[in-house]
Design a protein. Structure first.
Length: 264
């Protein structure tokens, strides 16, 4: 595969080196320069780079340093794989990189990846949208040192009583408990915390809203964790028949199948 001299912002997935997309892997294997988030991206994946490629770690760089490397490389006719964890579109801090690249006249392309929210759901064997229970998934984070917009406070979002996925919030569990309680969530609402989803040391903790903070502290979870909340996380749902999708209902007609109505 021959790459154009531009920046490819690639989502590397949640951790498992096999969970990068085929396109993302091809770019990694063909790029002249690989700049990756070494604090989060699996080294086994980065080891698949092209022989002779320049491989640089970005954890110790600031924004200007990172972008300078990308700009200089492309101006020299090289292709750059800027490898991010998960999917770049969610808490990826890519907008500021794209802004500077655009100002410098450097072309870039984004290649999506598997987000930790979906890797966590897979680890939990959970469906996050359950018919007649919850059909909405909110991706957000608790408010900490970085503020959230006034209209996106967790208490207000939680009033929808749908499934909520919290990024970057493992150290704010007491705050989360208070805000969800204020929104009327039941203390026995199921919650699952997945730390380092798909990595060999992946940790899964199932708990309830009332016990969230205790469960996180007892399991020493402070970072790299996804918190999934809501009744879709109830592990007993798979044993129940009351929330089945209409998609495969034998009496449900759609474009590809005519439903069969039975009469008693």
């Amino acid at each position: 595969m021959t790459l154009e001299p531009k920046v490819y912002i690639v989502g590397a997935g949640p951790g498992d080196p096999d969970l990068i997309t085929v396109k993302g892997l091809k770019i990694l294997q063909a790029a002249d320069v690989v700049l990756y988030t070494d604090s989060l991206v699996n080294e086994e994946l980065i080891a698949r780079h092209k022989p002779g490629a320049a491989v640089l770690k970005s954890a110790g760089m600031d924004l200007d340093e990172m972008v300078a490397v990308m700009i200089e490389s492309v101006q020299q006719g090289k292709s750059v794989a800027r490898v991010h964890t998960g999917d770049p579109a969610i808490y990826g801090a890519i907008m500021e990189q794209m802004s500077l690249l655009k100002k410098a006249g450097v072309a870039y392309e984004i290649v999506p990846g598997v987000s930790s929210v979906f890797a966590s759901a897979a680890a939990l064997q959970a469906e996050l949208t359950i018919p007649e229970l919850t059909q909405t998934l909110i991706l957000t984070r608790a408010e900490g040192r970085t503020p959230v917009p006034e209209l996106e406070k967790l208490t207000d979002l939680a009033k929808h009583h749908c499934t909520i996925a919290l990024y970057l919030s493992a150290t704010l569990t007491k705050k989360v408990m208070g805000e969800l309680s204020d929104a009327g969530w039941s203390p026995d609402t199921p919650i699952a915390v997945v730390q380092r989803a798909t990595w060999p040391d992946q940790k899964i903790v199932r708990t309830t809203l009332a016990n969230l903070d205790i469960a996180v502290r007892e399991n020493n979870i402070r970072s790299h964790a996804m918190i999934l909340m809501g009744w879709a996380l109830d592990p007993t749902l798979v044993d129940q028949d009351g929330h089945r999708s209409k998609l495969y209902d034998k009496e449900f007609t759609h474009r590809f199948r005519k439903g069969v109505t039975t009469h008693g």
